[in-house]
Write a protein that binds this ligand. Structure first.
Ligand SMILES: [Zn+2]
Ligand SMILES: [Zn+2]
Ligand SMILES: [Zn+2]
Length: 525
């Protein structure tokens, strides 16, 4: 027996009239058909638009027609880049008026006039996020990613982590290209409006883009107040492009992430045996820049990667396809959501550490129960901790804990600012409340402080003032041809997808994630 599951009413007429003729179906018709899907998911892939049209109308359309249709659908939802620029001055003025503390800085191209500027760079950050950073770990991960709409620009972003180990977006920019000039401008704004309040001992984590490296070298404030560290995933990806030996991939990760010298030395000697050149390559990048152990004063706080792709994939979704005003507005709306979600978690939290951090602690706490403690000097807080011998004959190692200095031979406590199982064992032994040995910035108190800032809705558009200036796009940056532009970054594939993350497929028929159209069961009885 047949059962009607899907009723495609408005599509049937097309299906019969058009037939399988590519030419009679215009991109604007395709745009109409995919408008609903695009609203749901702006990052709806071009490939799937083709599959969807084939499925719905039984018409094969070309890649470029599908691409144009997607562009048109986005313009119907968010307007064009040109119209976005027209609305931009009023929008920004309204945003800043309703949300005091919102920073927006411009850098105009010299080709404009005094009545109408030509856009080159914009930098923005929201007041509550700037406040949040004052109470977060002094880490800024930065990265750039190319825009995928009809403007040939790049989006730059700086993020940090909150007490609950979530990514917090701090500042954004749109620039024409990732150059030393644009990165220098970005870091200047970042310093003046945000980092300066956080003071010294900052750590910037990024890939090895020359623009970032040189900007941080050129700017005195950054040279004096921050260190620059590299994302281990990017370093490893660079290495793998040169030396295609899979063992090296694991070893690079092991060397980069270990907190113990004996393990470090062991992995290094393994690597030298496999490929001495590969180790030479990594050494030339400088161990302090990409390993946890040789990072002087442990400025990374245990952060190995930029995590930017995570925030782009999860939080910002299809933002790279939007025009400029929509991009800024999207970061505003996502920030409001982010604050709402985290505020709820923080104010409902009954433990002294936020939920994810608490689970991290509990895991180590559990392990701490298996250790044997030998007291050496109670007054100075010196202990020897012996880990339990496991069934696979690992463990049974000695660790010296300098409790009052918050140090353990295993390295984790001083590197992560979060106690290892050995430290927790000593803590129990001394009868101290265990959460007191966690760094202040990981506590529920810090978490609440990070989300003290407030957002306000924008007033009705009719109340927006005209700030009396205009801005337009640099016409040479607007493209009408189909996308898939090549980025000049080496690690382009990592902009969206870090190589370790499994790819998720989206079904061309039911649009669900997790399977492809040939495995779909939902709409074909
Ligand atoms: Zn990375
Ligand atoms: Zn330890
Ligand atoms: Zn399906």
């Amino acid at each position: 027996m047949w059962q009607i599951i899907r009723w495609v009413d408005s599509h049937n007429c097309y299906g019969t009239i058009v037939g399988n003729d590519n030419r009679s179906l215009k991109s604007r018709d395709v745009a109409t058909h995919i408008l609903h899907n695009m609203r749901e998911d702006l990052a709806y892939p071009v490939k799937q638009i083709r599959a969807f049209i084939k499925d719905q109308l039984n018409v094969d359309i070309s890649y470029s027609k599908a691409w144009r249709a997607r562009k048109e659908a986005i313009e119907r939802i968010y307007g064009s880049w040109e119209s976005n620029f027209e609305e931009l001055p009023r929008y920004i003025a309204a945003l800043q008026e309703s949300n005091p503390g919102t920073i927006v800085e411009w850098f105009h191209s010299p080709t404009g006039s005094s009545q109408c500027y030509t856009f080159k760079y914009v930098f923005w950050a929201f007041g509550p996020a700037i406040k949040a950073f004052l109470n977060c770990q002094p880490i800024l991960s930065v990265d750039g990613t190319h825009l995928k709409g009809s403007y040939r620009g790049k989006m730059l972003i700086a993020v940090t982590k909150n007490a609950n180990k979530y990514i917090v977006p701090i500042a954004y920019a749109i620039v024409d290209e990732e150059t030393v000039e644009s990165w220098t401008w970005f870091f200047n704004q970042l310093w003046v409006h945000i980092a300066a309040y956080r003071g010294k001992k900052l750590c910037v984590i990024s890939d090895r883009h020359k623009g970032i490296i040189n900007a941080l070298k050129n700017l005195q404030v950054w040279r004096e107040n921050a260190v620059h560290r590299f994302c281990l995933r990017h370093v490893r990806s660079n290495l793998m492009q040169k030396f295609k030996v899979s063992r090296l991939k694991l070893l690079t990760w092991a060397i980069g992430t270990t907190t113990q010298l004996r393990k470090y030395n062991h992995s290094v000697s393994l690597m030298t045996n496999i490929n001495a050149e590969a180790w030479e390559y990594l050494r030339n990048i400088k161990e302090s820049k990409w390993t946890l152990l040789k990072d002087k004063n442990y400025r990374r706080w245990g952060n190995m990667t930029t995590n930017i792709s995570e925030s782009f994939n999860n939080a910002l979704g299809g933002i790279r396809l939007m025009p400029i005003k929509a991009i800024i507005n999207c970061t505003f709306e996502k920030s409001v959501e982010h604050f709402l979600k985290n505020t709820e978690i923080a104010w409902n939290c009954q433990t002294r550490l936020p939920p994810r951090t608490w689970r991290w602690f509990e895991k180590r706490d559990l392990k701490s129960r298996e250790h044997r403690i030998i007291e050496f000097d109670f007054r100075r807080g010196r202990y020897k901790v012996v880990s339990k011998i496991q069934t696979n004959s690992t463990g049974g190692n000695d660790y010296t804990v300098e409790y009052l200095d918050k140090k353990c031979m295993c390295g984790k406590w001083q590197i992560q600012r979060f106690p290892c199982s050995h430290a927790i064992a000593v803590c129990h032994n001394r009868g101290d409340p265990p959460e007191t040995i966690v760094h202040e910035l990981y506590t529920t108190g810090a978490y609440k402080a990070q989300y003290e800032g407030q957002f306000f809705p924008l007033t009705h558009q009719d109340y927006w003032n005209d700030p009396g200036w205009k801005i337009k796009a640099d016409a040479s940056k607007i493209t009408t041809s189909r996308g898939r532009r090549r980025s000049r970054r080496i690690h382009n594939e990592m902009d969206v997808h870090h190589p370790d993350q499994p790819r998720t497929f989206r079904c061309g028929i039911c649009k669900q994630l997790g399977h492809r159209r040939n495995a779909c069961q939902s709409s074909h009885p």
